[in-house]
Write a protein that binds this ligand. Structure first.
Ligand SMILES: *Cc1c(COP(=O)(O)O)cnc(C)c1O
Length: 386
């Protein structure tokens, strides 16, 4: 990223980061280059584009924009968040080890254990609450530290600067899954991370109509490997999806700020409600990660989880059946509010004892607060909690 890009404010980078009018027509918005191949004037003579698995102008424009948002040199896009993570894991060798958070997105856990373990990549899942204790798990074989913050669905906060510092001192690469925060709220590379992963499906696209992922880095060597894998493995997003994510990002700062403002009001409402026993939101002063969140995030995000006094699935099911504006669905980060039941939906594959040990009860409900009117959202929850 050029020096003058680095000095731009985040809002301006959302709109202009890595973008300029199309050089052939002056089109202000990046066109959708819906092509699989590019004409050559003589064998091997072309304008930098040969075949669209390798490079596509719309995808490249999105990648430049994503690099700018995270304050990094490079971004590489993939067909989903998990295929982006898969590409990172493919840079490892059999026998290498990953130290990952024990409070991880379920699909990331599955990719590490059920897929990459078979190819000789070992994973160890540890608590990230105490950075010094994490260092005790590092061995000669440890090559990658995998961090997620805030976590899903308990919204725990991990100290990114402390953990990436410990990894760096041992020569271990670190990657932060920044999906829940979005680059508007948190920029892990500035906090010491080597790699940032996003499920662009969530806040980056923001409209629940695309599945995509990306890896962002300023590490030239890792970038070259990922760019090679993008073409060699071929899990690439199409030009139309690249266009949609680029368009979604133009309002990223507005959407996420509104979600934060409304989530704060929703959390305050839930805290006072007699049917609610616990509220998990990093913006609350009694949240154990509140101070670290204040240091490493611009605001506290649009995700809120809460538990019910009636500590059972049936009570939670009644609430989730009754909401009008909170749609019952998996996923998060869209303009529309969603409500979900982690125990039976996103975290159903985790054994019950393990779930309960981290507070993930059968009555825990997760909200992705969208950009509707906050009072309407609160009214909706009030009638559903009845
Ligand atoms: C959704 C999600 C992923 C996976 O991304 P897909 O785009 O669904 O493949 C990874 N990490 C987190 C934190 C997520 O929420």
């Amino acid at each position: 990223m050029s020096q003058d890009q680095k000095n731009l404010s985040f809002a301006t980078r959302c709109i202009h980061g890595g973008q300029q009018p199309d050089p052939t027509t002056g089109a202000v918005m990046m066109p959708i280059y819906q092509t699989s191949t590019y004409a050559q004037s003589a064998p091997g003579e072309h304008q930098g584009y040969e075949y669209a698995r390798g490079d596509n102008p719309t995808r490249n424009a999105l990648q430049r924009n994503l690099a700018s948002l995270e304050g990094a040199e490079h971004a590489v896009c993939f067909g989903s968040g998990l295929s982006a993570m898969d590409a990172i894991l493919r840079t490892l060798e059999p026998g290498d080890e990953v130290i990952a958070s024990d409070d991880l997105y379920g699909g990331s856990y599955r990719l590490l254990t059920a897929v990459h373990q078979r190819y000789g990549i070992k994973s160890k899942f540890v608590s990230m609450n105490d950075p010094a204790a994490v260092a005790e798990h590092f061995t000669e074989a440890t090559k990658l530290l995998w961090i997620e913050t805030p976590t899903n669905p308990m919204l725990n906060i991990v100290d990114v600067a402390a953990l990436t510092g410990v990894a760096k001192s041992k020569g271990i690469l670190s990657c932060v899954d920044n999906t829940f925060a979005s680059p508007y709220l948190q920029q892990p590379i500035a906090l010491g991370a080597d790699l940032v992963l996003h499920s662009a499906t969530k806040y980056l696209n923001g409209h629940s109509d695309v599945v995509m992922g990306c890896v962002i880095t300023s590490n030239e060597e890792v970038y070259q490997q990922l760019h090679y894998l993008q073409n060699a493995v071929g899990a690439v997003p199409g030009p139309q999806d690249s266009f949609l994510v680029l368009r979604g990002i133009k309002t990223l700062h507005l959407r996420v700020q509104r979600a934060c403002d409304s989530a704060k009001k929703v959390a305050a409402f839930l805290l006072d409600h007699p049917a609610v026993s616990k509220v998990y939101y990093p913006g609350l002063e009694n949240h154990p990660g509140h101070e670290v969140a204040k240091q490493q995030m611009r605001d506290f995000g649009g995700m809120v989880s809460f538990d019910l006094v009636a500590d059972n699935f049936d009570a939670a099911r009644e609430v989730m059946k009754k909401t009008r504006f909170f749609t019952l669905a998996e996923s998060l980060g869209g303009v529309e509010s969603l409500i979900g039941h982690p125990a039976s939906m996103t975290h159903a594959s985790i054994p019950k004892e393990q779930r309960l040990s981290v507070g993930l009860t059968d009555s825990l409900i997760r909200l992705s607060v969208g950009v509707e009117d906050a009072d309407d959202l609160i009214e909706d929850l009030r009638q559903a909690l009845g």
